[in-house]
Design a binder for this molecule. Structure first.
Ligand code: F0G
Length: 365
């Protein structure tokens, strides 16, 4: 079996990268598309999970970071910057190591899951905690990149979406065509825009996020595109409200965002696909997280569970077409935020004597 080479090499003909450009990669992409019988049964439609927590730094951000960081490495800048709710900074920190670049991460103080913070630290990035939310952090990161020789690697960097669109390619490559519906969590709204871009380009169409003529230059691979269903957290649901949220709040800190940068692209993805963006409450998110862990066998972080929570809620309302083929992206690994996952479970195991008899007794056998 050959080794997966990372999304730039695997999809080079569909990405804006020259033959002599450096490729900064950690082997991202090629993530499992896992059937979820427990969800299929509940929803009445066939459900798969695209498990993006299997990426090198544990989230989908790596797909965009390999592209963005490769482009930075081809230029003169020696430093990158990003604002983050944790996953972008983890990814930027790791890919900056590979590229030999410095990395500054601007984070909302106290609102980053411990695992993600650890990643930024072990990869040697410079952390700045801001007494504000993600939206404040992004404004600061943009300002830094405008005024200093520092490259911005947030998803407002168009190469990020170019890399992230490869997840849609992988879904089509695995299923043979696009699914009927694609569900994913929405925060800063880059990923829903990237999937829509990828599905369209694979079907021979360009979108507002396209940067070249690749969609029409190459043979289409898919015959159709899915409906895009986005899911936000109720306390951070600007698309559902139709306006920015000044003080976003949710247990799913990764999507605790009130003023998404890719607003118009995401709106186009929703409308042009005849899709929808809904909101779910924190309790629904945590319930979905436990369900995915205990019945599907995949441990995802809370933001990722929002996609499944949204799908379950719509199924209950009778809004899910029977027998549809549905892919839910679960965006990040549950190991990044064990505190939230264990918050509702019994943490301390019973300690017994180191004998078979004691274990048998504990098990009640
Ligand atoms: N899921 C996870 C686990 C995320 O980390 C994010 C975004 C999203 C979903 C939403 O994706 O922003 O493209 O709509 N995290 C960013 C970060 C904001 O800084 O790591 P989006």
């Amino acid at each position: 079996a050959r080794q997966w080479r990372g999304v730039v090499e695997e999809y080079r003909d569909r990405l804006p990268i020259g033959p002599d450009d450096p490729v900064v990669t950690l082997g991202e992409g090629g993530t499992p598309l896992v059937e979820a019988p427990a969800l299929t049964e509940r929803v009445g439609a066939r459900v798969w999970l695209k498990v993006e927590g299997a990426n090198p730094t544990g989230s989908f951000k790596d797909r965009g970071m390999t592209m963005a960081m490769s482009k930075v490495a081809a230029g003169d800048a020696r430093m990158v910057v990003c604002a983050s709710t944790g996953n972008t900074s983890a990814s930027a920190a790791a890919y900056a190591v590979r590229a030999g670049l410095g990395c500054v991460v601007i984070l909302p103080d106290g609102k980053i899951a411990a695992g993600k913070l650890a990643q930024a630290i072990v990869h040697g990035s410079t952390l700045v905690a801001v007494d504000g939310n993600f939206d404040d952090c992004l404004n600061i990161a943009r300002g830094l990149a405008e005024e200093y020789p520092v490259e911005l690697v947030n998803s407002v960097n168009p190469y990020r979406l170019q890399g992230q669109k490869t997840a849609a390619f992988e879904v089509v490559d695995a299923l043979g065509d696009a699914p009927d519906i694609h569900v994913l969590p929405v925060g800063n709204a880059g990923n829903i825009s990237a999937y829509w871009l990828g599905y369209n380009e694979y079907a021979g169409r360009t979108t507002a996020a396209s940067v070249d003529d690749v969609a029409t230059r190459l043979e289409p691979v898919a015959t159709r595109v899915p409906r895009m269903w986005g899911v936000q957290a109720e306390g951070a649901a600007p698309f559902v409200k139709g306006a920015a949220v000044e003080h976003p709040e949710t247990v799913a800190t990764a999507i605790r965002i009130g003023n998404p940068a890719s607003w118009s692209l995401a709106q186009a993805a929703r409308d042009d696909s005849e899709g929808r963006i809904d909101a779910v409450g924190d309790a629904q998110i945590l319930d979905a997280q436990s369900l995915i862990a205990s019945e599907v066998g995949v441990f995802v972080e809370p933001a990722s569970a929002a996609s499944v929570a949204g799908l379950l809620a719509l199924a209950e309302l009778g809004e899910v077409p029977k027998d549809a083929r549905i892919v839910c992206t679960v965006t990040g690994n549950g190991l990044k935020d064990t505190a939230t996952a264990l918050g509702r479970a019994e943490v301390a195991p019973t300690v017994v004597a180191p004998t078979l008899a004691a274990v048998v007794e504990t098990l009640g056998l």
